[in-house]
Design a protein around this ligand. Structure first.
Ligand code: ADP
Length: 280
């Protein structure tokens, strides 16, 4: 079967394939993936989301489909939700079934996902990584032809500590970092100027500084993010934007500019390599 998914030369491919990863569960990685996808789509870009959490896929709930995925021979056509293309393990298991899948099988499923989904042309493909640093993460990092990784953390030291481990995995497989997003940075009550730093302060920015990678922005604790996630509604649906929605748009703009810069840098390296190669 042709590997159509990630090759930009072919008509079906993504300009930027971005892993969204975290060290541990519960930091809001899936919420960040979905809202970043919605924000990028609001900026007029074409976006796909691949939910690779075999054990607890939650993206389908947050991005309920208008159109189900289809299978055409060996090819999977992704579902569509609010103009965003999406594929999730949730389509291939019963809803409340516990997934007792051993690592080699999980790897096989992920590889199948990578090979079989025909996305069509995309500006961004966001791959929601399972949390941690296991076999599936390694397979994905090696096979998904990633342009870069976005790390999601809360400001809390234990979350930051786990993100460092996940960052080591990407470093080992030579995936560059697009940047860090800090989620649940603070809470600010409506009509108050005071910010409450419930999980500590500045962990994401410190991490970005330590690794010399861009800090893409922080997202506050916003009840609307939680409500929209549970109901599958868009955070950007009303004209009146919540603080979380406004910050997701800022983060999306940063992602667009850093992704373009990263692509240019990698093309420059390739050109230089070609030059040296030709000189030999
Ligand atoms: P993960 O994918 O890291 O396990 P989720 O995206 O499932 O985390 O988020 C965990 C919970 O926290 C969910 O109930 C989600 O709605 C909520 N949540 C995530 N980010 C925020 C935020 N910025 N403000 C309020 N609730 C949030």
């Amino acid at each position: 079967m042709p590997l159509k998914l990630f090759s930009e030369e072919k008509s079906s491919g993504a300009k930027h394939v971005i892993a969204i990863a975290a060290g541990k569960g519960g930091v809001g990685k899936s919420s960040v993936t979905v809202n970043l996808a919605r924000a990028l789509s609001r900026l007029g870009l074409t976006v796909g989301v691949m939910d690779t959490d075999i054990y607890g896929p939650s993206i389908r709930k947050m991005l309920p489909e208008d159109q189900l995925p289809q299978q055409k021979g060996n090819i999977l056509i992704p579902a569509v939700s609010d103009g965003i293309k999406m594929i999730s393990m949730a389509y291939f298991r019963k809803e409340h079934e516990a997934a007792a899948i051993r690592a080699p099988i999980a790897n096989g499923i992920i590889t199948q996902f990578i090979k079989s989904v025909e996305w069509g042309p995309l500006d961004f493909l966001l791959i929601d990584f399972p949390p941690g640093t296991g076999d599936v993460q390694l397979t994905l990092s090696q096979q998904a032809n990633l342009s870069g990784a976005i790390m999601v953390t809360t400001p809390q030291e234990v979350a930051v500590m786990d993100v460092r481990k996940a960052m080591n995995l990407f470093e080992q497989v030579k995936v560059p970092f697009l940047g860090i997003i800090e989620n649940m940075s603070y809470f600010q009550a409506p009509n108050s100027q005071e910010r409450h730093y419930l999980f500590g302060k500045g962990g994401g920015e410190r991490l970005a500084r330590d690794y010399g990678v861009p800090f893409l922005g922080s997202i506050p604790i916003d009840p609307k993010i939680c409500q929209c996630g549970d109901s599958g509604q868009s955070l950007f649906a009303d004209g009146d934007m919540s603080p979380g929605a406004a910050d997701f748009l800022k983060v999306a703009n940063n992602v667009v500019s850093h992704a373009a810069a990263m692509k240019k840098a990698s093309q420059d390296v390739l050109k230089e390599f070609e030059l040296v190669w030709k000189q030999l």
